[in-house]
Design a protein around this ligand. Structure first.
Ligand SMILES: Cc1cc2nc3c(=O)[nH]c(=O)nc-3n(C[C@H](O)[C@H](O)[C@H](O)COP(=O)(O)O)c2cc1C
Length: 188
């Protein structure tokens, strides 16, 4: 039997997603093809909201969108690719924060984006606003999909991440509300 994995709290998941965007500029969204084959798409515009909730702008995709219309299941992966984060962790021999995270859940139907959703994304890419590509990529943010997640599992890297597991277990044993199972309300 495999060891049960420990979910991380939503604040930590959001922080992980911020780091991943800063260093990787995209997340991997896995969906399922018509024939059951896995399909992976790079998507930069994932925005996490309340616990277990998020959106992404569904603008350029084709296969991803078709897959989700047929089968809403998704797995979203975020990786911190920061060179200094990795170098410091390698020198130390352990990670002080998860190097990667997988969120699993479902995506809703493609729907018109609200002005506040559009503004939220435009704030994120504001430093790039004077560049030619800004308008080409984000000038027409018409549609989003809602994301609902039921698990948030950090990626394990042997002894380099075992200290994070131990810390999370200790916090949970002490009943620290910052390390509960914040996605439970979606799975109850
Ligand atoms: C770094 C990166 C970020 C991207 N972000 C988005 C995005 O937020 N929304 C979108 O609709 N397409 C985005 N794309 C474009 C899709 O990944 C691209 O159109 C892809 O070919 C869609 O593939 P699929 O629908 O066949 O899976 C991004 C591409 C890259 C390389």
């Amino acid at each position: 039997m495999t060891k049960p994995e420990r979910q991380i709290d939503w604040a930590m998941a959001r922080e992980m997603f911020r780091r991943a965007f800063r260093t990787s500029f995209h997340y991997g969204i896995a969906t399922v093809d018509e024939d059951g084959a896995p399909h992976l798409t790079p998507i930069g515009s994932v925005l996490l909201n309340d616990p277990g909730r998020g959106i992404f702008f569904d603008i350029f995709s084709s296969q991803l969108s078709q897959n989700l219309d047929r089968d809403p299941r998704v797995c979203v992966m975020a990786v911190d690719s920061g060179k200094s984060f990795w170098l410091a962790s390698l020198i130390r021999g352990r990670f002080t924060a998860p190097p990667a995270l997988r969120l699993t859940g479902t995506a809703g139907p493609r729907r018109p984006a609200t002005p506040s959703e559009q503004q939220r994304w435009l704030r994120r890419v504001r430093p790039l606003r004077r560049l030619k590509g800004h308008q080409l990529l984000w000038g027409d943010l018409t549609h989003v999909r809602d994301l609902i997640f039921h698990t948030a599992l950090p990626v394990q890297l042997g002894t380099m991440t075992s200290n994070l597991e131990t810390q999370a277990a200790a916090r949970q044993a002490e009943g620290d509300p910052a390390d509960g199972h914040p996605l439970n309300h979606h799975t109850a």
